[in-house]
Design a protein around this ligand. Structure first.
Ligand code: ADP
Ligand code: ZN
Length: 401
């Protein structure tokens, strides 16, 4: 039995964290989400590393549970191309046609194994297939572990914008297996740290200090693994190092805050809006600079701008803005659109203030035509328990060079 940590969401202990959870997860799924067909949906980067272990462990666990001969049990898989362009109505329809061609019925359970793209897409497939079938989230990126796999928001993109077609559909379980981080590219890890830092900044000074003090230990937990860059062999780590324990607690704390917010505000009426710190401006930047800049990178720059707005309004002091700046830099995240690393990535693209203001005008979280921004009052707390209306003139002033 692996050591696991459980976190509640919507009054159920459905978030499970640990290292090397595959067998534990399959035992739990086969015992508690009984289905005839289990469908793993994943992408072309993840499948060659992790799919064979899932398939062999599925056979082993099913036979241990005596499920092989008594039911018409099966595990099937569907592999999509990686990247945001797969989060489309077309890919959703392809998956649905595949499920129908395999005669999947209402006793189907979907296993969404991947980053945010897979989670949002496979979750939305589960939400509408046969008017809704159960699914579980198996996040493989840090961003998905602490953010997108939690909360039941599922969606696809359209040419008019991201996440415009979707639904709220809660996963039965979320298995946060830190083993997946061993193969995650470093830039993708940093991308997820932006959301971890965001959560600490809005919720807890001590968590924020832990991140400030934990930079080298957290990186060591992920990047000095002996198996890094070696194909995954299925070995179980005998012991958990102190840095791995720190990493687990950092991820657990971040996931738990999101879970608590979702529990109190499942459909995003107020409190859940706090999770958008850095995102009002971050999303506008992302609309222009994606895919060259990643979501967390845009949010990182957005957090600095939004913290500067809080300082300008007299709610946050300069020392706090500087500490936020430093911690983001320490985790190798961009803090300004003007830095060389950003310029090198985005080439000729640039973010004109008018363009950013224009994009923010159509944010679905706006109140009428008034823009909302999460205003920090210190590192670890916010001015209101929701986003605050900020005038265009203030936003424009802070965005202007
Ligand atoms: P997110 O929205 O969570 O950032 P994506 O679904 O866009 O994630 O995935 C980011 C990239 O990382 C994709 O190319 C994906 O195939 C890859 N990826 C996801 N998880 C892993 C992993 N554990 N190891 C290696 N690559 C991964
Ligand atoms: Zn985000």
């Amino acid at each position: 039995e692996p050591e696991v940590v459980k976190v509640s969401i919507l009054n159920e202990e459905s978030i499970i964290l640990g290292f090397h959870l595959t067998k534990f997860m399959l035992r739990d799924i086969l015992s508690n989400i009984p289905s005839s067909t289990y469908v793993v949906i994943t992408d072309k980067n993840i499948a060659p590393i992790y799919l064979s272990k899932i398939i062999t462990d599925f056979e082993k666990v099913a036979s241990k549970l005596n499920l092989i001969n008594t039911t018409k049990l099966r595990l099937i898989t569907y592999i999509i191309s990686p990247g945001e362009q797969s989060k489309s109505r077309d890919t959703k329809a392809e998956i649905e046609d595949f499920l129908l061609s395999k005669a999947c019925g209402r006793d189907t359970c979907i296993l969404a194994m991947g980053g945010g793209v897979i989670g949002d897409l496979a979750g939305f497939v589960a939400a509408t297939f046969m008017r809704g079938v159960p699914y579980v989230q198996i996040p493989t990126t840090l961003l998905a572990m602490v953010d997108s796999s939690i909360g039941g928001k599922t969606a696809v993109d359209t040419p008019h914008g991201k996440n415009l077609i979707g639904s709220f559909w809660q996963p039965k379980r979320i298995y946060i297996d830190l083993m997946f981080l061993e193969t995650l590219p470093e830039r993708e890890f940093n991308n997820g740290m932006a959301e971890v830092i965001k959560t600490a900044a809005i919720s807890s000074e001590s968590d924020f200090i832990n991140l400030e003090n934990g930079v080298s230990s957290i990186r060591e937990a992920v990047f000095s693994s002996p198996k890094r860059n070696v194909q995954y062999q299925g070995a179980i780590l005998a012991t958990r190092t102190p840095s791995q324990s720190l990493l687990l607690s950092v991820i657990m704390t971040s996931a738990k805050f999101k879970a608590d917010v979702v529990t109190h505000d499942e459909r995003e009426s107020g409190l859940r809006g706090l999770l958008n710190f850095g995102h009002t401006i971050g999303h506008a930047i992302e609309a222009i600079l994606s895919p060259e800049l990643l979501h967390g990178e845009c949010v990182s720059i957005g957090m600095i701008k939004e913290a500067e707005i809080a300082r300008h309004l007299g709610h946050l002091n300069q020392v706090s803005v500087s500490r936020l700046y430093k911690v983001l830099q320490d985790y190798d995240l961009p803090v300004s659109l003007d830095e060389k690393k950003v310029k090198d990535l985005v080439g000729k693209k640039f973010c004109a203030v008018d363009k950013l203001m224009e994009i923010m005008k159509v944010d679905k979280k706006n109140q009428g035509d008034q823009k909302k921004i999460v205003i920090l009052s210190s590192l670890g707390s916010t001015y209101e328990k929701k986003a605050t209306i900020v005038s265009d003139s203030v936003i424009r002033k802070i965005l202007s060079p």
